[in-house]
Design a protein. Structure first.
Length: 344
């Protein structure tokens, strides 16, 4: 991570520190360095504090896999030796195919910008996955529609995106112009942290560069997109923390080819609230909303109040989440965590 002189925060609050972190410090820890993790690599980590960026010293038993960009850590003055991580306010994570432990994406994020584009990449089913991930993390979602200048009107995309979750904020912009930051200002103020997620080629790196307004060239390299199928090339390969014009911070993430549902039941309930709120009205408590008599969800479809495609997507994601969420099995005192079924 490169920081110029003007980028060095003047105090911890400018870095995103809050009173919630103060309460975690013991009296003996008040003299330690309070640093925010800026990059995480296999064998090294960097962080930033009020004095600027530093390379963290890692103990022999420290695993960088236990840390996420955006984490707050305490370090020893002088040596910058990492001593411990503070409890997170929010954590974005996902379970990968065949992975035993969730993959950490970003920590202490206030707002998640879910980036997609006004072309063939726009996919409501994939956006619902990102929304569930965001809801489960306790982070505010905002859908950012890029390439708005490439279509006659962005209104159809705005309407479709806004219908995916109640009260969802959606903006459309051209990420290549300086004016792209204007509709994002409410979430990018001093001390606020946003993260960018989305498929490759939708303009995440371009948006990051516009937000950061780097004086030293692109913060992230940008890649082209094949307009025939709207598929992009991977340009971001690691997560990193960058300063935003206006005083906030942004965490960029690599494009995700797959996003499995796991440990996201509450997040899905928020995405599909029009279904979950009807469920208690069904005649049977374990109603699958498929064929049972007295199903309030099916009645809503018949009245035209509920899109049947939404119900099908809810059913698919709910089953996937159930099968991919580990459950405790075995005798008491010797339980192990196992999956109910294979990942989809």
């Amino acid at each position: 991570m490169t920081q110029t002189g003007r980028d060095i925060p003047t105090d911890l609050a400018a870095l995103g520190w809050s009173a919630a972190f103060d309460t975690q410090l013991s009296e003996e820890e008040t003299g330690l360095l309070r640093l925010r993790v800026a990059t995480v690599h296999r064998a090294r980590m960097t962080a930033i504090g009020v004095a600027g960026p530093v390379r963290l010293g890692l103990g022999p038993r420290t695993s960088t896999a236990d840390f996420a960009v955006g984490d707050w850590v305490l370090a020893e003055p002088g040596s910058n030796l990492l001593l411990r991580r503070l409890e997170r306010g929010s954590l974005l994570q996902r379970r990968t195919e065949g992975g035993r432990e969730p993959q950490l994406i970003a920590a202490n994020v206030d707002t998640l910008f879910i980036v997609t584009s006004c072309n063939a990449d726009f996919n409501p089913a994939r956006l619902e996955r990102y929304l569930a991930l965001c809801n489960e993390a306790g982070t505010q979602p905002v859908i950012v529609l890029t390439k708005a200048d490439k279509v006659a009107s962005a209104e159809p995309y705005l309407a479709q995106a806004a219908a995916l979750q109640r009260g969802l904020a959606v903006v459309a912009l051209n990420a290549k112009t300086p004016e792209a930051v204007d509709p994002l200002v409410p979430w990018c103020g001093a001390g606020q942290t946003v993260a960018l997620v989305g498929s490759s080629g939708v303009g995440k790196s371009t948006l990051l560069n516009t937000l950061a307004a780097s004086d030293e060239g692109d913060v992230q390299e940008t890649g082209g997109i094949r307009e025939a199928d709207a598929k992009g090339r991977h340009t971001t390969t690691s997560r990193s923390l960058h300063r935003i014009r206006g005083g906030g911070w942004v965490i960029d993430t690599p494009g995700m080819r797959t996003l499995h549902m796991s440990d996201s039941a509450d997040g899905l309930d928020l995405v599909f609230s029009e279904i979950t709120e009807l469920a208690p009205e069904c005649r049977f408590r374990d109603c699958t909303h498929a064929h049972e008599p007295g199903c309030a969800v099916q009645a809503a479809i018949e009245r035209g109040d509920l899109d049947p495609a939404r119900l099908e997507r809810w059913r698919k994601l709910s089953l996937e989440n159930r099968d991919n969420t580990p459950v405790a099995t075995g005798p008491r005192g010797n339980r192990t965590m196992q999956l109910r079924g294979k990942k989809k």
